[in-house]
Design a protein around this ligand. Structure first.
Ligand SMILES: CC(C)(COP(=O)(O)OP(=O)(O)OC[C@H]1O[C@@H](n2cnc3c(N)ncnc32)[C@H](O)[C@@H]1OP(=O)(O)O)[C@@H](O)C(=O)NCCC(=O)NCCS
Length: 138
């Protein structure tokens, strides 16, 4: 997510260690797509460059639906499978970001209680942005 400022904050060494960056990003996304992690719901939009051309996934949303089922949590598992020592990340920034998320969650959503879902990731390929894909995923 290079357009997202927090990505540079959490992963400032991603250009020095692209293999680590790829490995752990891919690992997390595989968990999101793995049906055994039923605390995530992934939605996608397919589109093509040409009208009627071959389509592929150009936009996706990952929803945290762990309020239904908290048995397995992909983010924690990736941390335990080496994520805590990945070289592309600034781990101090990583922890601060995590703590900030918890503070924000309590401040803005705490009064709602546990029965809520969160949009974890929303992204559209640059060539397909401003076509309403992210809006339709929400
Ligand atoms: C944010 C993002 C998902 C929007 O995707 P999209 O498919 O282009 O979104 P939409 O076409 O549905 O646009 C919805 C609205 O978002 C706003 N928006 C989208 N891109 C914007 C941009 N670059 N600058 C300002 N507003 C923007 C607009 O209000 C837009 O409505 P409009 O076109 O009627 O003005 C996309 O820009 C993206 O993938 N960014 C990089 C990934 C990222 O950083 N994701 C967040 C971290 S998880």
């Amino acid at each position: 997510m290079p357009l997202d400022p927090q990505w540079d904050y959490r992963f400032p060494y991603r250009h020095l260690y692209p293999a680590d960056h790829y490995k752990y990003t891919r690992m997390l996304f595989e968990c999101f797509l793995d049906p055994s992690y039923d605390d995530w719901l992934v939605t996608v939009v397919e589109d093509s460059f040409e009208p009627g051309g071959e389509t592929s996934v150009v936009s996706f949303g990952v929803w945290d639906v762990s309020y239904i089922n908290k048995r397995r949590y992909a983010v924690i598992d990736v941390e335990e499978w080496g994520g805590r020592t990945r070289r592309d990340a600034n781990h101090e920034h990583f922890n601060e970001f995590w703590k900030g998320q918890i503070r924000a969650y309590k401040k803005f959503f705490g009064s709602i209680g546990p029965d809520q879902l969160h949009l974890q990731i929303l992204a559209t390929l640059p060539d397909f942005q401003r076509r309403g894909h992210a809006s339709s995923l929400c």
